[in-house]
Design a protein around this ligand. Structure first.
Ligand code: ADP
Ligand code: MG
Length: 503
């Protein structure tokens, strides 16, 4: 496999009025576990159900109800940990995080503060060909989602929908290793890609199935390196946390705004207050939501309803044995095995089904040509039509058939594009469709030769010019192609012209 080594990107620097500042960003990503039922109950997680249709007695905290751990959700968290090259903790435990909110019937959220199921891992975030940031993962813990309060359905009343209450979330906490807005967005995108490859979260950001709390601070150049060397956070600035972001564009805007806000405060002689903020996309600014709460505010304690979670190494090994090929490995393999460029390999590994489609087309064929056709013709067309690989009217087998006709010299590149169009609208077998539409390159060299001989005999002055300047031999090729209605193979004609003129 291709061994890719990466250079580290420079951190984003913002020039303040008085000095330069660097950004430091750490993220807490809430990823909804892909599972049909909730973390501690058998209720369905289906989206789009009637409000309060997916609520069991446990979810709405009826007296005497006890939570029962969903083994599949645990498996999904372990699979995620393995996918992020993280330590899996064979013993973890659940804690109660106590707070009141109308969408939280228990009056507490079951989470894992002291003993998370997954420990340290890493994510490679590519910022360009050969340039990547390694973002360390601190931990992943399992926790329950809350419900949803609805305030805009009635002028006098609020409603609450508990369908989401108790759905399993993985909170994926990074170290503050992200150094700019673009890196932050790229980090979320990469994590989303890995989760989708693993099948542990669908990554649907619009539905809030993947959302990020973004912690931002600013520091003077050199301070981050001191933090890294010592692990001492006092070298860094005070952070603010921007809650609940579910758009890559807004994440970048919010970070940029927040960094500049903090720089202005510090340069003005003030201090940044650690707090939780919200981003308002309409105004393009963050505003204070509440002062930062500390762990002790939540009166965390081990949940007495749940025994510590103990899993066995053999079970973890069993999950490890079924891991799919992940994006980094697939990209390296595509570059090594098919000779793809960094860019093409990125495009073709962005989604699992893109990679599978490409490999089906490329199998036994020229990888670069296959990549070209899949990316430029197929994906280009799918994008324009608002379609996806899953709904592609042209299958991998059909596209492969088109490439075979080109490779055999039966159709030209131009004809292949027309054939692609026919397959897109009419379907059918590529060879049959090509024949039916009279797409056949003239490969009868005898006819081509006769046409060329006639041209040479009739145009002695063109022959003389071409002998002086070989480029002018192109005139003969053009004439022959014209005479054969564009159906001759241009490369073959070129070769014949050169041979006949003795070039
Ligand atoms: P909490 O859970 O109370 O928000 P954590 O210690 O778990 O606190 O940190 C939350 C996130 O904040 C982590 O992703 C961490 O990397 C990040 N973080 C910590 N310090 C800073 C800082 N100075 N600047 C930016 N991010 C930070
Ligand atoms: Mg936090």
């Amino acid at each position: 496999m291709l061994d890719l080594t990466y250079a580290t990107p420079a951190p984003k620097v913002i020039a303040g009025a008085k000095s330069d500042w660097e950004l430091v960003i750490g993220m807490e990503i809430h990823a909804q576990v892909a599972s049909n039922s909730k973390l501690f109950s058998g209720a369905s997680t289906q989206v789009g159900a009637e409000p309060n249709a997916n609520v069991s007695f446990v979810d709405c905290a009826m007296p005497g109800m006890l939570p029962v751990i969903n083994e599949f959700c645990v498996e999904q968290a372990v699979r995620t940990g393995l996918g992020l090259k993280a330590a899996i903790h064979l013993r973890s435990a659940f804690d109660r995080k106590n707070y009141f909110y109308p969408d939280l019937p228990q009056g507490y959220q079951i989470s894992q503060l002291y003993h998370p199921i997954v420990g340290e891992g890493e994510v490679l975030v590519e910022m360009g060909p050969g340039v990547a940031r390694k973002v360390r993962i601190e931990r992943i813990h399992l926790e329950q989602d809350a419900g949803k309060s609805i305030h805009d359905m009635d002028p006098a009343m609020s409603f609450v929908d508990f369908n989401r209450t108790g759905v399993a979330l993985m909170e994926i906490v990074s170290r503050p290793d992200i150094r700019g807005p673009e890196e932050a967005a790229a980090y979320v995108a990469k994590l989303r890609q890995i989760l989708r490859y693993l099948g542990t979260c669908d990554g649907n950001m619009q539905n809030g199935n993947l959302r990020a709390d973004v912690n931002v601070s600013v520091c003077r150049p050199g301070q981050y390196e001191k933090y890294q060397a010592s692990g001492d956070f006092s070298h860094l600035g005070t952070r603010c946390e921007i809650k609940n972001m579910n758009s890559l564009r807004f994440i970048q805007q919010a970070i940029d705004y927040e960094a500049r806000r903090q720089i202005a405060i510090v340069e003005d002689g003030g201090t940044v207050t650690q707090e939780t903020r919200l981003y308002d996309p309409d105004k393009g600014e963050t505003r204070s939501m509440r002062s930062k709460e500390e762990a002790h505010d939540y009166r965390y304690f081990p949940d007495p309803d749940l025994l510590p979670l103990e899993i066995e190494q053999a079970w973890v090994d069993g999950i490890a044995a079924t891991m799919p090929e992940l994006p980094d490995a697939k990209k390296a393999r595509f570059m090594a095995d098919y000779g793809l460029t960094d860019y093409d390999a990125n495009v073709l590994t962005a989604e699992l089904d893109s990679g599978a489609f490409f490999e089906a087309v490329a199998k036994g064929r020229d990888g670069k040509i296959a990549a070209n056709w899949v990316i430029n013709e197929l994906f280009g067309r799918l994008n324009r039509e608002g379609q996806s690989v899953a709904t592609s009217p042209v299958s991998a087998a059909q596209l492969g058939g088109v490439l075979d006709l080109i490779a055999k010299g039966e159709i030209s590149g131009k004809m292949a594009k027309d054939l692609f169009e026919i397959l897109w609208t009419e379907g059918g077998d590529p060879a049959e469709q090509a024949a039916r539409h009279g797409m056949k390159q003239v490969t009868d060299m005898g006819a081509i030769e006769a046409a060329l001989d006639a041209l040479i005999a009739a145009n002695p002055d063109q022959v003389a010019k071409a002998k002086v300047n070989a480029k002018l031999a192109g005139w003969f090729t053009g004439q022959v192609l014209k005479a054969t209605g564009g159906k001759a193979n241009p490369a073959a004609v070129n070769a014949l012209v050169a041979q006949k003129l003795g070039l």
